[in-house]
Design a protein around this ligand. Sequence first.
Ligand SMILES: C[S@@+](CC[C@H](N)C(=O)[O-])C[C@H]1O[C@@H](n2cnc3c(N)ncnc32)[C@H](O)[C@@H]1O
Length: 283
Amino acid sequence: MVSNALVHGTNVLEGKGLDVTITNTKRDAWDTIGSLYWNAGYSGGPSPAGVAQYLQGVDSSTNLAVLGASTVELIRAAIDRGANVTVFEFAPRMCEQLATALGARRCRIVKQDITQPLMNADCGQADVVCADRLINRFTLEEANSAFTQVLRLLSDGGELRAAIRLGLYARDLPLIEEGRRRGTLHEFFDEQQGTIDYGMAGDILEQHIAPHGQIPQATLLEFYRRRGPEKRFAHADIVHCAESARDAGRRLSVEVIHDYVGAPDDTFYRFRAVAANATGERG
Ligand SMILES: C[S@@+](CC[C@H](N)C(=O)[O-])C[C@H]1O[C@@H](n2cnc3c(N)ncnc32)[C@H](O)[C@@H]1O
């Protein structure tokens, strides 16, 4: 990883060149909302206590990766601790707006879809990887790919720290209820797979999405419409996805599961990169 000390002038924007083509159309949702996600009286990221939980034990010797540019407060705090920070982000506008939001703070910002193969140079580099409710944005297939890429990114013994919401979101409930009432639920919610796609809910979405701070309603609707299918995960799904990942004789072991400070609906997982044949106890 590039050391902060070597980075002068502007933040380093990279990612197979910033002109790399990201084919994952979910990026459009995030480019639609951009910095409004953290600048308009709405916060989808960790609370200050959550930031501290992510950064436990992190100091200037830590190579830390954050998945998702929208997790700005965590990125700022990690840079302020002196950690060597790399952000992986698939939405080009998000990459640029993070660089602006960081001002004089320095890190690498790599344009990368984390469900797609990482550059070899990034493999084995991160001591800690942070992903705040990112896995909630994935289908089961995307989650499986992402856990494999995160395992590739981690150094031996490195940790993935991830807050994950288990089960349905509260905002799913009125949509599901209305879809049931109208007989259109199957158009946007696969009950068997637990996969929801707000973009397929038509005017039900418009009627039931609550304001998010001062984000303009039209932008908010576009954001949700473009997010694509997302699985609502059970704990067993998460453990299965993580424990199925394999890379170069290594696997992810579920290390500890905590409450997520300041977010009672979420669960905070810590996974460790270990030798595939290692036996371990769960805390
Ligand atoms: C971290 S997630 C969820 C929001 C989060 N709770 C936060 O802290 O802001 C959202 C961020 O991840 C990025 N993202 C979503 N899917 C991605 C993917 N497949 N690869 C890389 N970045 C992704 C989005 O563009 C956005 O910046």
